[in-house]
Write a protein that binds this ligand. Structure first.
Ligand SMILES: Nc1ncnc2c1ncn2[C@@H]1O[C@H](COP(=O)(O)OP(=O)(O)O)[C@@H](O)[C@H]1O
Ligand SMILES: O=C(CO)[C@@H](O)[C@H](O)COP(=O)(O)O
Length: 460
């Protein structure tokens, strides 16, 4: 039995799974935490990866890394890290994003060229911020990589730097419709040309680990999840990790001029239109902490309240927000009265608020012409019984919760198995076989009230 490994280096932790290359069955797995913060030295990711994979990779024939998207890793001419990486959820480059959008002629101009309208998450805006705010560090930069690029490069002994089209599509200087770097946009942002990783083919072998395992190109974490779930036409994944994402695999490139849907590429040669919120599973942990309960008790409270939480609405912009673009917003509770100010309603409002933002993302996705006939829940937040119970009251499509598993890491392992097999298509794995879907039981007033509170509070 050949074994392959997949690594998910995400915002809060590094997860490693080892799978049977033929069936995808998970043979063993481990994880290690990442430090909190929106600015992290990449050595922290390496150390978590090393800790999590300790003793796990023996006998593994191929490996791939899927990583949190967009993070800016800058290296000097010797390959040394210039400054800690700015992560996807670091909003300091919001003004740089506005400037870049205006300079190119507005949101449509960006969407037409790269399929997305850059916001502070995108690497291109972080490069502009660095050039403007830290000119001495910027002067030492010889190259820029994404988190998964840098880890893949380290695994391979710091040889050639590579990336894949999925993760490259979140930089803002690689165009999914054109399938090529737009060096002009990188130079526009940073002021000069710097090295970028070569974009490898979806199942190319890009190196070997010191123990001889093949290294596949890896990808962004959402693209990894799409591979791990085996997303098909009509499926939308709704991931509740640190970020909330809703995405689908599509044959055509997406260009959403409103910017709500990012027109990313996937890890197989197709496309991955995606909407992303900055506040997802941590809305639940923060609400549980505020109420002084654990996550299971939060579930019980939320499920004891009526849909709509008797009028209580949480706008969950605890870390600012990306969709809608409100980088400086704070969260807010609305509709409190003496009669409804109960923990049950606050818990329910947290789950509903988190899901309403993603329901809006799903509507934007279908508005671009992507069909959604089924929603698959994944990520840490999908382990919540309340989320699984409440999702059908908010999302206008049948909802399924595949068995709880690390689908990003499994997707990376599937890519590794693909590179190992050298086949045209990825191996067929049925790791995400889900039970019956919960039919939608939408309570329209919940989203309507959420939207009217959001408009009143933020004008969007
Ligand atoms: N049963 C649960 N209910 C609610 N949230 C959960 C549950 N289990 C895990 N989480 C949350 O999921 C998050 C981690 O999810 P994960 O998808 O691994 O995130 P990331 O990939 O961004 O690091 C944490 O914030 C954790 O508190
Ligand atoms: O920025 C995005 C998508 O565009 C995020 O989805 C990141 O890729 C982080 O993922 P998680 O750590 O939340 O899984």
């Amino acid at each position: 039995m050949a074994l392959v490994a997949g690594i998910d280096s995400s915002t809060q932790s590094c997860k490693v799974v080892v799978c049977d290359a033929d069936s995808g069955a998970v043979v063993r797995e481990a994880r290690a935490p990442h430090p909190d913060g929106t600015e992290i030295h990449p050595d922290e990711w390496w150390s978590a990866l090393t800790d999590a994979s300790e003793g796990l990779l023996d006998g593994v024939a191929a490996v791939a890394v899927a990583g949190q998207q967009h993070g800016m890793v800058t290296v000097d001419g010797d390959g040394e890290v210039v400054r800690p990486a700015l992560l996807w959820n670091d909003s300091r480059s919001a003004a740089a994003a506005d400037d870049l959008v205006t300079e190119l002629g507005g949101p449509k101009a960006w969407a037409d060229v790269i399929g997305s309208v850059p916001v502070a998450s995108f690497t291109v805006t972080k490069l502009r911020w660095l050039a403007e705010h830290e000119p001495e560090a910027a002067a030492r930069v010889a190259g820029v990589m994404l988190p998964h690029d840098w880890l893949t490069w380290r695994l391979g002994g710091r040889g050639e730097a590579t990336t894949d089209r999925g993760d490259a599509s979140g930089t803002g200087y690689w165009s999914p419709p054109e399938g090529a770097y737009r060096t002009d946009l990188l130079v526009r942002a940073f002021g000069r040309e710097i090295d970028v990783p070569r974009v490898a083919g979806p199942a190319e072998v890009v190196g070997r680990t010191p123990s001889g395992a093949l290294i596949a190109p890896g990808t962004g974490d959402n693209m990894g999840a799409a591979l791990g779930l085996g997303l098909r036409a009509g499926d939308a994944a709704l991931s509740l990790g640190t970020s909330g994402t809703v995405f689908a695999v599509n044959d055509q490139a997406t260009r959403d001029h409103s910017g709500t849907v990012a027109g990313f590429a996937d890890a197989t040669g197709r496309f991955l239109p995606l909407a992303c919120t900055l506040n997802a599973a941590r809305v639940l942990t923060a609400t549980a902490a505020m109420l002084g309960v654990d996550l299971a008790e939060l579930d019980t409270l939320a499920m004891a309240a009526e849909p709509g939480a008797e009028g209580v609405v949480l706008l969950p912009y605890l870390d600012g927000e990306r969709t809608p673009v409100l980088p400086d917003a704070a969260g807010s509770l609305h509709g409190l009265r003496r009669s409804n100010m109960r923990p049950e309603n606050i818990a329910r409002a947290a789950v509903e608020g988190m899901l309403c933002g993603l329901a809006d993302g799903m509507t934007a996705l279908t508005d671009t012409g992507v069909p959604v006939r089924r929603v698959l829940l994944l990520g840490g937040g999908a382990r919540s019984a309340a989320v699984r119970a409440i999702a059908p009251t908010i999302l206008d499509a049948p909802v399924v919760a595949p068995p709880a598993a690390e689908y990003v890491a499994i997707g990376a392992a599937r890519q590794a198995a693909w590179a190992l097999a050298g086949s045209e298509e990825p191996p067929v794995w049925d790791t995400a076989e889900a039970g019956p879907a919960a039919e939608p039981a939408v309570v329209p007033e919940v989203r309507e009230r959420y939207a009217s509170v959001r408009r009143a509070a933020h004008g969007v």
